[in-house]
Design a protein around this ligand. Structure first.
Ligand SMILES: Nc1ncnc2c1ncn2[C@@H]1O[C@H](COP(=O)(O)OP(=O)(O)OP(=O)(O)O)[C@@H](O)[C@H]1O
Ligand SMILES: [Mg+2]
Length: 457
């Protein structure tokens, strides 16, 4: 690929320095010293990258930025700004500049920005995965899942939703426990009834009891008025006890009474109230282990989990990543008024190697950050530093430093060897995963390993 760089800056000395610097890196460099000349060169030279100064006599860089973008939409524009020019920098980023560099120019920083831009230009169509557009209703989150494990979850929800049974949802953090609870409520007998959620971990012991059961005026210091409890609010609907494993022994005893007798008394009151709320609880703790350590009552456990729904961790359902990315991106685009509809295959492949300790919530957060920082409509690897850190740990330093340009004279075999070695290292030599990413059969992978004498480090 011929790399073309245009520098638009009225400072002749800076232009010359940058010209020498980038020519020595095999760039074709053109210079322009004002906005008009810059526009002309853009049209004729068609650079992939423009380094654009903001302050110039005549039209400023900011003024011609929209024109440059209109003429060459795929061109990457790096703004050069003075430190006190923060406002114009923000304006430039909003108008589609890809990066900005402060004056005085730090060549390392500029090299970095240029190399990110060159990588983005080198992306071919086949490297990009198009995410089908989907409509999402305002603020509505829909639960998706196509794996066997998730289909089983949906099946159980379908079977039990209309019965009044108590349900315990277990699973690691971020696996969708609250979402499942809401889905149970929504497919239950009274979806229009209240869904009252309470996080048992977030409150002190006496507070949680008064939250759950309510209290009468003066029942404890600070109880200045009578308060209705969540169980009462949830009558005719569902109460969701999130992180139920955190309840103290005293509260556990009261909860047991509610589940057994459907009765309770508000704090400070002798009145006995009836509840008709369906109880759904969730925990990311191993309650059986807590029972062994006498932190959780065994009798309560069996009452809570008449039905147990186990949410599978994301690492056990990698096949669902494209669907999840699709739905999450649609929601994020809508919230942020953005149109990010593509993701590179490289990012998708790394998604399938990442362990996702924070599960779907972590995926959602990662995508949200990436969309916020994304300047185009493609999510590229540089927007996911967590994943590339991971990648560098597994690569040798030498390989990590190497850029696409350094490999221009490599043979196809050299590239194949390096790629297979990288994928195996990423997959921690899990051959099934490596086959999936490379799109080859297991015997073929085995032949490649022998052919290139690859060995586990
Ligand atoms: N199957 C799914 N489809 C779409 N979005 C999902 C799915 N599972 C989880 N999410 C999204 O991931 C985020 C986390 O889900 P949720 O809050 O239900 O998880 P959780 O298990 O309750 O997490 P925690 O243990 O941290 O409380 C939510 O924003 C939710 O919208
Ligand atoms: Mg939760």
């Amino acid at each position: 690929m011929i790399k073309k760089l245009l520098i638009i800056d009225d400072d002749v000395a800076i232009c010359r320095t940058l010209q020498i610097h980038f020519s020595s890196q095999n760039f074709q460099v053109q210079l322009a010293h004002d906005a008009e000349q810059g526009l002309l060169s853009t049209l004729e030279f068609k650079p992939q990258i423009i380094i654009l100064d903001i302050r110039m006599p005549g039209k400023s860089g900011l003024e011609i930025l929209p024109e440059l973008k209109a003429e060459l939409p795929d061109c990457h524009i790096i703004m050069i700004t003075a430190f006190h020019d923060m406002e114009s920098t923000i304006a430039a980023m909003q108008q589609g500049a890809d990066e900005y560099i402060h004056k005085p120019i730090d060549l390392m920083e500029l090299d970095n920005a240029v190399s990110v831009a060159i990588k983005a230009c080198a992306l071919k169509r086949k490297d990009i995965m198009q995410i089908p557009q989907r409509e999402v209703a305002d603020g509505v989150k829909s639960m998706v899942g196509s794996s066997k494990a998730m289909r089983d979850v949906f099946k159980t929800i379908g079977l039990v939703a209309k019965t009044p049974t108590t349900i315990l949802i277990t699973g690691e953090s971020g696996t969708g426990k609250e979402m499942a609870a809401r889905a149970i409520h929504a497919s239950g007998t009274n979806p229009d009834g209240p869904f009252i959620a309470i996080n048992c971990a977030a409150m002190a012991e006496n507070l949680i009891e008064s939250e759950l059961f309510g209290h009468t005026k003066g029942s404890f210091t600070g109880a200045i008025a009578t308060q209705i409890g969540k169980f009462e609010l949830a009558n005719g609907g569902s109460i969701f006890l999130d992180e139920v494993g955190e309840l103290s022994p005293a509260t556990q005893a009261k909860l047991l009474r509610i589940l057994q007798e459907k009765e309770y008394s508000p704090l400070g009151s002798k009145e006995v109230k009836k509840t008709t709320a369906r109880v759904i609880s969730a925990t990311n703790r191993d309650l059986l282990a807590e029972i062994k350590q006498r932190n959780f009552r065994e009798d309560l456990y069996y009452r809570l989990q008449i039905i147990n729904i186990q949410m599978p961790p994301l690492r056990d359902r990698y096949e669902e990543l494209p669907t999840l990315v699709n739905i999450l991106l649609a929601q994020i685009n809508q919230q942020m008024h953005k149109q990010v509809t593509q993701i590179t295959n490289e990012v998708m492949a790394l998604f399938k190697l990442y362990a996702w300790p924070g599960n779907v919530r972590e995926l959602e957060n990662m995508l949200t950050k990436a969309v916020a920082l994304c300047q185009s409509n493609v999510l590229t690897i540089n927007l996911f530093p967590q994943l590339s850190d991971n990648k560098q740990v597994n690569n040798t330093d030498e390989q990590a430093e190497m850029t696409a340009a350094d490999k221009e004279d490599w043979s196809l075999q050299e590239i194949e060897r390096e790629h297979v070695a990288n994928v195996l290292a990423q997959a921690n030599w899990h051959k099934g995963k490596a086959c999936e990413i490379l799109g080859v059969s297991r015997p073929r992978l085995q032949r490649l390993i022998v052919q290139y004498s690859l060995e586990k480090a």
